[in-house]
Ligand binder design. Sequence first.
Ligand code: SAH
Length: 470
Amino acid sequence: MRYFPLFLDLDGRDVLVIGGGSVALRKVETLCSAGARVRVIAEAIHEALRALATRDGIPLQERRFESRDIEAHGLPRPRLVIAATSDREVNAVVARAADAAGIPCNVVDDRELSTCLMPAIIDRSPVQIAVSTGGASPVLARLIRERLEALLDESLGPLAQFADRWRVTARKVLANVSARRRYLSWLLTGSAAQAIRSGRSAEADRLATRELARLCHRADRADRDADSTAAGHVSLVGAGPGDPGLLTLKGLRALQEADVVIHDRLASAGVLELARRDAERIDVGKRPGAGTSQDAINALLVEHARRGRRVVRLKGGDPFIFGRGGEEIDALRAAGISFDVVPGITAAVAASASAAIPLTDRRHVHAVRLITGNDAGILDAFDFSDVAAGRETLAVYMGVAQLPALRARLLAAGVTPAMPVALIENASRAEQRVVATTAASLVAAADAHHVASPAIALVGSVAVNQTRST
Ligand code: SAH
């Protein structure tokens, strides 16, 4: 380890900054937010820094730095020195003087002169993450920071405060050490954490009280069965159409926290890879005549949550669009298991984007309808007159096997034979294909190109916009 990482308490303590430009300004701002008492020496001072100094009462000395400024008579000895001038010679003088006085010194973007480095920071106070590449590549440190920023949502700070608050109570109330440990981990992963994340802090406190009471009761009975105490949670997560880039950040976080991922056939390998390495993965993909029945899936969700695990039910597209998500949450409600739903990009939206076919058009198409095409009887019950009138776009899911029925219903409803239809197979995936055809020839086109599931049909005048045809 080349550098020793450390978090410094500068609240109310003195820091000397040499330099008055925009780089110095940023350092002064960060130092002030940590409560440091900053003093600045610089030959020229940036307007914004001057304004900040006036506002916050920061002493500015407009002159060249001299070595004796480090330990100036009558002034407190700084705990940290930062050199942020654009003149390397001045920076070197500062660094030497600070080193001689035994005070850590950071020279911005100059690790040779520095005795300490400033990391890239992800601030979710009280949680702070500092990233350093040991000066090798500040750009890489910033890239890592951006990734972490995306992974760690704003609720992390409130979550840490929540856990801190209840930790103190748990210490008083729960004498049993293993029960206490379980409670502390439940605070961060259980249903109360979920409530904090969605900004429902009163509910989180209620849940924390209830769980604490339950654990006290169990500890009294000396029940040490780890599995039966913690309450699990199920997240229904929309995996999107396949391209991992189309998963939401919230979905990604849920995947990375999951102990077990129960997924569909449509959840792509690329998305599954984003789950924790050690998470259990269960494929319940429903193929015609195979796969796991919906009842069995519901039972599986309940069973894993009852064992105190964080379950992600990963579903292709969006969980609530032809995803049977409704049946799953009914089962979870009936079993009293906490859950949340993370939406996903549904196939119609993904297909529309990747084939460059807008689903609506302000000039003439004022509605879009998502329908399931897997049952000719269901198709019979629909009125296609708005499609025929060119006012509506139709997105037909699960329709590959029933294209002849779809064609017949459309034409019978008065849809013109020349009405554009786009068949989009594997939208957003590397294997994506778009077949441009018309209402009259959609069956022939699908046969000629061997269009197979998963594919979606977009029907309507908008479907003509796209130019690609495979
Ligand atoms: N919940 C999913 C739909 C599940 S039904 C969603 O919101 O997208 C399964 C049907 O979705 C498939 O038969 C197909 O019509 C469509 N589908 C799902 N992923 C698709 C993809 N990548 N490309 C085209 N169609 C897709």
